[in-house]
Design a protein. Structure first.
Ligand SMILES: C[S@@+](CC[C@H](N)C(=O)[O-])C[C@H]1O[C@@H](n2cnc3c(N)ncnc32)[C@H](O)[C@@H]1O
Length: 575
């Protein structure tokens, strides 16, 4: 016998999609709706209907409801036991939207296996169903309630319900994993709604014909709940949203027919449903693009330091800075807890960023991990750049346990502390007293304080002091990471050994100096700066481009052994 394949009437076409636009009123952005529509494949904030409207007065407050979009779709209601294999067979015809499962569960699609025989249906136990639909894990309020009611009607021979765990059974089972993710299924009035926090599926239209035998057996209230056994919705591709059964592709019909012929009790239905996507569904760039005026560059790039995201907003973004920050925060939770904007370029002596906190908590003190080590940083007071992590790694890979490292501009110690794990000893210095304070704290935090000696002085004085001391002979590596000016500090090496006997034992350290160059030939240009500072030509310089920090502006690293002629030069510079 053939299984049922119900026919459904067609849906009305969707209303014209709406799109947000912003326009300026008294320097404040206001939000209006336009009817601009773009009909691309897949979900989009520019498509479909939005049941909410942004209030023009709330321009500094993000109204999440305005990003709710409702899409009309068609779905096949299929027996849950067949759902996974049908999903595989129908794959090319199912909804293929990012982050949307094409198997949906809605309340009322469950049946308890012990009740199945009463209905004469061939139902597989839920636990036996290893299909993907079970991964969805929504718990169903209606099925257990229906089951409880059914049991309540089952009298034993003495005329009362003989069931000890009635209360326990009627309590819906909780699936811890999905509960954590906020997945649940709700019954809203008579609607069947499957929800997982950012998407909701609601069956809006289905076959009204009800089996009379079923009505007699399970009662009117169950009939209203469309209790027909465990089922799932297979969401069909959006191109079928208005199709009747006859208009479905032959491939779909053939598969359903094949399944139907396997069993006398299988039932398939074509139903209409509404798929609602909430603010949480959309990605950061989608929200920002819909929110900002057309043609404006969407600011999606930001740097992170621990829990802080710092943006580099353009002038044109400033009227929307709070909205932008809120979206960045929402879309990068929980890792990001503070969103700030860089309000000035870094040009102060301590290389700290001027940040304006726009969203989240206002603390600029954060903890981060680099190279397996932990660092405390206060971005308001000290320098940190996570982008230099790879470069630090490269430098560290050249160090050995016989090295003694001098970090002239150490900051809070990302290189100095990492080096301390590898080398014999580290001398770390910074002019910024806060950086030195954090450097000491971070050394202790990583239990490396015994290998690091910390100094708080000007870099030039530090170089001269180190090479005038008895430590001079042990220093094998010098790191100078202050790209704006480090090359000019090289003059401090002139004459560092001039007062020592020439026949003594000396170490000529390897110097790694960083610099910026906007020149056409950045290597040549940086080489020249080094030559001018040393008053000598450094030979065998290993010059490498570290990264492009701005269009046409390179950060370079030059590594070379301190020339003997420089160390013994008679013309030393005064500190
Ligand atoms: C670009 S940061 C590099 C910090 C560290 N090496 C890092 O990678 O995070 C330069 C550091 O040099 C320090 N500095 C600036 N001028 C200095 C000077 N004259 N002497 C010593 N340190 C200085 C700043 O306080 C800052 O911490």
């Amino acid at each position: 016998m053939m299984s049922n394949l119900f026919l459904k009437p067609q849906l009305h076409l969707l209303p014209i999609p709406s799109k947000f636009i912003f326009s300026h009123t008294f320097n404040k952005p206001s939000i209006t709706f336009s009817t601009t529509a773009s009909f691309s494949y897949g979900p989009s904030l520019h498509k479909s209907t939005n049941p909410h409207h942004q209030n023009d007065d709330d321009v500094d407050i993000l109204n999440e409801q305005t990003f709710t979009r409702v899409f009309n779709l068609a779905a096949l209601r299929v027996p849950s036991a067949e759902c996974s294999s049908l999903e595989n067979r129908l794959r090319g015809h199912l909804l293929n939207w990012p982050r949307i499962r094409n198997i949906a569960r809605v309340p009322g699609d469950e049946i308890d296996p012990s009740i199945a025989p009463l209905l004469g249906q061939q139902i597989h136990a839920e636990d036996d169903n290893k299909g993907k639909s079970d991964e969805n894990g929504d718990f169903l309020i209606s099925s257990s309630v229906l089951y409880r009611d059914k049991l309540a009607k089952t009298f034993n021979t003495r005329g009362y319900v003989n069931f000890r765990n009635l209360a326990k059974i009627s309590r819906p089972k909780r699936n811890k994993k999905n509960e954590k993710e906020g997945e649940f299924v709700e019954v809203e009035g008579n609607k069947r709604v499957g929800k997982n926090g950012y998407v909701e599926v609601e069956v809006v239209e289905e076959e009204n014909g009800v089996d009379e035998g079923l009505r007699k057996l399970i009662g009117e209230e169950f009939v209203n709940s469309k209790w027909r056994g465990s089922t799932r919705l297979l969401l069909l591709d959006e191109r079928y949203k208005n199709c009747g059964v006859e208009e479905l592709p032959e491939a779909i019909k053939a598969v359903l027919k094949e399944y139907a012929e396997k069993s006398t009790t299988l039932t398939f239905e074509l139903v209409r449903c509404k798929l609602t996507l909430f603010y949480d569904y959309w990605q950061m760039n989608e929200i920002l693009e819909a929110m900002l005026p057309e043609g404006m560059i969407v600011p999606t790039a930001f740097e992170t330091v621990g829990h802080i995201a710092h943006l580099n907003l353009r002038e044109e973004h400033l009227p929307y800075k709070k909205l932008i920050a809120k979206v960045v925060l929402d879309k990068n939770k929980p890792k990001i807890r503070t969103v700030a904007n860089k309000i000035d370029s870094i040009d102060n002596e301590y290389r700290t960023m001027q940040l304006e906190v726009l969203a989240g908590n206002h603390s600029l003190v954060t903890t981060l991990t680099e190279n397996g080590l932990r660092f405390h940083v206060d971005l308001a007071k000290v320098y940190w750049n996570s982008r230099l992590g790879t470069e630090r790694q490269r430098l560290l890979s050249g160090f050995t346990r016989n090295d003694v490292v001098c970090d002239v501009f150490s900051g809070v110690g990302p290189l100095a502390i990492s080096a301390a794990k590898i080398v014999k000893r580290v001398f770390a210095n910074d002019l910024n007293p806060y950086a030195v304070e954090y450097l000491e704290r971070n050394s202790v935090l990583n239990k490396l304080e015994r290998k690091i000696k910390v100094f708080n002085m000007d870099g030039r004085r530090f170089i001269k002091a180190m090479f005038a001391s008895d430590k001079a002979h042990s220093i094998t590596q010098v790191v100078m990471n202050l790209p704006n000016d480090a090359a000019e500090f090289l003059d401090a090496f002139r004459g560092i050994y001039k007062d020592r006997p020439k026949d003594g034992e000396f170490t000529f350290p390897m110097i790694h100096v960083y610099g910026f160059s906007k020149a056409e030939d950045p290597e040549f240009n940086f080489h020249e700066r080094i030559r001018i500072a040393l008053l000598e030509v450094a030979v065998n310089v290993d010059m490498r481009r570290v990264r492009l920090v701005a269009p046409g502006k390179w950060m370079l690293c030059a590594s070379f052994i301190l020339p003997k002629s420089v160390a013994f030069a008679n013309t030393a510079v005064d500190a």
